[in-house]
Write a protein of this length. Structure first.
Length: 90
């Protein structure tokens, strides 16, 4: 199952933590997570903000999941797919 979590480029720290916790919860249950960053208006001229946010999220959840699809711009949105780390393969 693929869950989706949406972010905005200028997200507040508390909101980021809440959404990050949702991503961790989805990964722990074994779901893939599609992370979408929605750009509006002038934010579209600063795609590096989205890349930085996705890289930060990937580092924050690396013990629960790994990046399956790197961040890519798709019109007004930027997406990345995280997959859960399978237990017992060590």
């Amino acid at each position: 199952m693929v869950k989706e979590q949406k972010f905005r480029p200028k997200i507040d720290d508390h909101d980021y933590e809440t959404k990050k916790n949702n991503v961790v919860r989805f990964l722990e249950k074994g779901s893939k997570v599609k992370v979408t960053i929605m750009f509006r208006g002038r934010e579209q001229s600063r795609p590096e903000l989205g890349f930085r946010l996705l890289e930060r999220l990937a580092q924050d959840v690396e013990e629960y999941g790994q990046v399956e699809t790197r961040a890519k711009q798709d019109g007004r949105n930027m997406t990345m797919v995280l997959g859960p780390i399978r237990k017992g393969k060590k």
